[in-house]
Ligand binder design. Structure first.
Ligand SMILES: [Zn+2]
Length: 389
């Protein structure tokens, strides 16, 4: 296993190739989620968005020099057109920006037409989004009006990696592992659109842990957990070099586990059952799609849980995590579901009966489809499998 193979793991998300229901477009520094079947055209300084066969005026996006005052007069002055009547204006805070929401009417030869307007501040000024589709007879279009306007967010990367060396001065996550995370994370970021920043902080925490925090919208990977992996794996008989190699795979699994928690909270995914099991499941599914190294990392995570069983570590019955031996089998069960022939000997060795094996196969398909369906609306695009060593 190459030292920095983590960077190649982006292919893992290729398991999630369901057709996106929406497409993300970037215009003048903002991102809008546009329904499938819509087109984008440029007319003068405006970018026009509308369903491909649509004949009327859809949604128009312009760059403007600065934010207007959040009053009827302020917006009326900005629009500067006698044809447009501004009816209501309110400040609006959404998706990390503070802008202005406007309801108005535009005079056309066929009469007055309702319009919605959003002004979003961007780095060098502001962006105005005018939508005329709320006035359409088609309820699907009227619904799309709300969906597109609500999706407006500032463009730019959501995920970033910071590396702070361990406070103790020794041990901790190796710098080259962090460098590889710096390759992986931007690729994940380019594949799924998250509503706001999600930093990944590699640092000393004062405790053995890795966690996603909904309060700070961040993932923390603690040096102490890495050191604990090495201690655990050497205590069950691995030499230092092997323990370090296994720790890399296990920490990749752990990152995907935390990323799973983050996706659930950040995207509001409607999961049921235990959140901890769902996070293990997502990590295993992603890794099972990455080829031999992904499978190896998932197996190493199963080994991690087995090692804890071997050392007699047992979480209490009320814990939100399943028991370590259950977590280990849940991982190998999904791997078996992904590749029956490859994992049959392992599952036999573990003493897993055929009735359970049949359910592993069934569950793998179900879980794979479920995650696909949950994540499909948040796809930017299907990543190209850019493996890097
Ligand atoms: Zn967890």
């Amino acid at each position: 296993m190459s030292k920095t193979w983590v960077g190649s793991i982006v292919v893992a998300l290729c398991v999630f190739t369901a057709t996106a229901r929406a497409e993300l477009v970037e215009i003048n520094g903002i991102e809008l989620s546009v329904p499938a079947g819509w087109g984008k055209a440029t007319k003068g300084k405006a970018t026009m968005l509308a369903p491909k066969a649509f004949k009327g005026r859809g949604i128009e996006v312009f760059a403007i020099p600065k934010m207007p005052e959040a009053t009827v007069e302020g917006v009326q002055k900005l629009l500067g057109s006698e044809k447009i009547t501004v009816k209501k204006v309110a400040p609006l805070e959404r998706n990390g920006w503070k802008g202005v929401a406007v309801v108005g009417q535009v005079a056309t030869p066929k009469g007055n037409v309702d319009m919605d307007l959003l002004v979003v501040p961007v780095k060098d000024g502001a962006v105005m989004i005018i939508s005329f589709i709320m006035a359409d007879q088609d309820p699907v279009l009227r619904q799309a009006n709300a969906t597109v306007l609500l999706s407006a967010r500032l463009a730019g990367p959501r995920m970033s990696v910071t590396f702070t060396p361990p406070k103790s001065g020794t041990g901790g996550i190796p710098k080259d592992f962090a460098d590889a995370m710096n390759v992986l994370v931007p690729k994940l970021d380019a594949m799924l659109f998250l509503p706001g920043p999600l930093p990944v902080n590699i640092m000393s925490c004062g405790k053995i842990n890795a966690f996603y925090s909904p309060a700070t919208h961040s993932i923390t990977m603690c040096h102490e957990l890495w050191d604990d992996f090495i201690k655990l794996f050497t205590s069950v008989g691995l030499d230092e070099a092997k323990a370090t190699r296994v720790a890399r795979g296990v920490y990749v699994f752990t990152f995907f586990h935390e990323f799973g928690h983050a996706l659930v909270f950040e995207l509001g995914l409607p999961i049921t059952g235990k959140g901890e099991d769902a996070a293990d499941e997502l990590a295993t599914l992603m890794l099972s799609g990455v080829g031999a190294k992904g499978h190896e990392a998932a197996l190493e995570a199963a080994f991690w849980f087995e090692s804890m069983v071997a050392k007699g570590y047992k979480n209490p019955f009320w814990d939100e995590h399943s028991f370590n031996d259950q977590r280990s089998v849940a991982i190998t069960c999904l791997l078996y579901g992904a590749d029956k022939a490859r994992y049959e000997p392992l599952m036999k060795k573990k003493g897993i009966p055929p009735t359970r094996l049949a359910k592993c196969t069934r569950d793998y398909g179900q879980r794979y489809q479920a995650w696909n369906k949950l994540l499909a609306p948040y796809h930017r695009k299907v990543a190209t499998a850019a493996a890097s060593k």
